[in-house]
Design a protein around this ligand. Structure first.
Ligand code: HAM
Length: 414
């Protein structure tokens, strides 16, 4: 029966069969983070709105259009977090982590919220896993971060993944480049889409992302920041590339790569998967050397990334099979209910996956159910205190020692 209520637009329920695939991704990520020394951090699901306005940037689509903001009873403006980097930098400062040995290496996983137009791979509540390496400007940190995401996608078996790499230069270089880009856009104002024209001053980089034909023509001859990188910025980018080359991580330098958040400086990257169609980015990130200062902290270089769990699942397009059960404790007679319950508890304490019938089925129905849930063996408790052990694969059945049922189940594999 269809319910009167449905999950809100752009959200979804994670049903058990989908939860298993998610759990596999989360386990793989947790293991990769732990082995590289990135410790878990969790921040609240909502923050002061201003944190995102300052951190992510007022000119971004995220802040202009996509935030779920609300006023609390104290008339404070709060926002469901659209991303995790600004909150983690806030936590880094709030807890004095800049006084710890640097860099501070953190990992995270959780729900994020953006009021976007829903489509496959784009939701209003979605889940990211990611890492942030705060307190170093070494290219080693950029390369390590990229390699960890590359390893994760490899280990999960995500097919057809490509890495795009770019660099935005340091804040000063970026500023100078933006002036150059704005001049180019202004010189071709008539050919640009209205949306891009309106944002020449506030966010000229987004013009590279436009799917408008006229704008694309203008961008074809636009100066790129990668081409204008100089000095320490050029060296930094070269070093990141050399480290990736040495590690055998394939990438393509994309001089027009831009990202939807304002805080990036120097390295930016994006892992895409063609199988995903329009929303082809599985994960991405980059360096954000100015963000912590922007939030009121000391100058603190940092790098990180986040990947969308739903996008990974879509790219994998596989359903994880339900795990089998070791045992099912069936009863041939109602009088055995307590004994069955106690035995199941004992079996579970001994580490087995064991179930009992909770629905009052007859013995035949219980055996059918045990088969349905994939139980490998069934113990049948008889009214006279005896027990039968049935192997569900072979169909063989034999008497079991009623005084030693746990041993019978944990010991000899039949
Ligand atoms: P982002 O590129 O905005 O970066 O998001 C990271 C990933 O989250 C995307 O690559 C995509 O897989 C997933 N994602 C984003 N929006 C949605 C959506 N509406 N539905 C489903 N999945 C989505 C950040 O959020 C940065 N904080 C990453 C970062 C960390 N940069 C440095 N450190």
């Amino acid at each position: 029966m269809a319910s009167k209520y449905q999950a809100p637009r752009g959200t979804f329920d994670v049903l058990p069969e989908a939860a298993r695939g998610r759990a596999r991704i989360e386990r793989a990520a947790a293991a990769i983070f732990a082995r590289a020394g990135y410790e878990p951090i969790a921040t609240p699901a909502f923050e002061d709105t201003e944190l995102f306005e300052r951190g992510v940037g007022r000119s971004t689509d995220i802040v202009r259009k996509e935030m779920f903001s609300f006023e609390d009873k104290g008339e404070r403006s709060l926002t469901l977090r659209p991303e995790g980097t600004a909150p983690i930098c806030r936590a880094y400062l709030e807890h004095g982590m800049h006084k710890l040995a640097q860099p501070v290496k953190l990992s995270y996983l959780g729900p994020f919220f953006r009021h976007e137009r829903p489509q496959a791979g784009r939701y209003r509540q979605f889940h990211q896993l990611g890492l942030e390496c705060i307190g170093t400007d070494s290219p080693l940190a950029d390369a390590e971060a990229i390699m960890l995401l590359s390893d994760l996608l490899g280990e999960l078996g995500v097919p057809g993944v490509q890495l795009r790499l770019g660099s935005l230069g340091s804040l000063d270089a970026r500023r100078a480049y933006l002036e150059e880009l704005k001049a180019h856009l202004r010189a071709h104002e008539g050919e640009l889409s209205a949306d891009v024209r309106e944002r020449i001053d506030i966010n000229p980089l987004r013009a590279f992302d436009s799917d408008d034909e006229g704008t694309q023509g203008v961008m074809g001859s636009a100066p790129t920041i990668v081409a204008s990188l100089a000095g320490a910025d050029a060296e930094h980018f070269a070093e990141v590339r050399a480290l990736l080359d040495a590690a055998g991580v394939g990438y393509e330098v994309d001089p027009t790569l831009v990202r939807g958040l304002d805080y990036y400086t120097r390295t930016i990257f994006s892992f895409v998967c063609d199988a995903l169609g329009a929303q082809s980015e599985i994960g991405g990130g980059g360096r954000y050397d100015g963000l912590i200062e922007q939030l009121g902290g000391p100058p603190t270089p940092a790098v990180g990334w986040a990947a969308g769990i739903e996008r990974i699942l879509l790219a994998l397009d596989e359903v994880e099979a339900a795990p089998g059960r070791d045992a099912f404790v069936a009863i041939a007679d109602e009088s055995q209910r307590q004994r069955a319950m106690a035995l199941a508890v004992e079996l579970r304490r001994a580490g087995l996956a064991a179930e009992i019938d909770l629905a009052g089925r007859g013995l035949k129905g219980q055996l059918k159910h045990a088969n349905r849930i994939g139980a490998r063996r069934v113990l049948i408790l008889e009214a006279d205190g005896s027990a039968q052990l049935r192997d569900m694969e072979s169909g063989e059945q034999r008497a079991a020692d009623p005084g030693n049922l746990v041993d019978e189940m944990t010991g000899g594999e039949s």
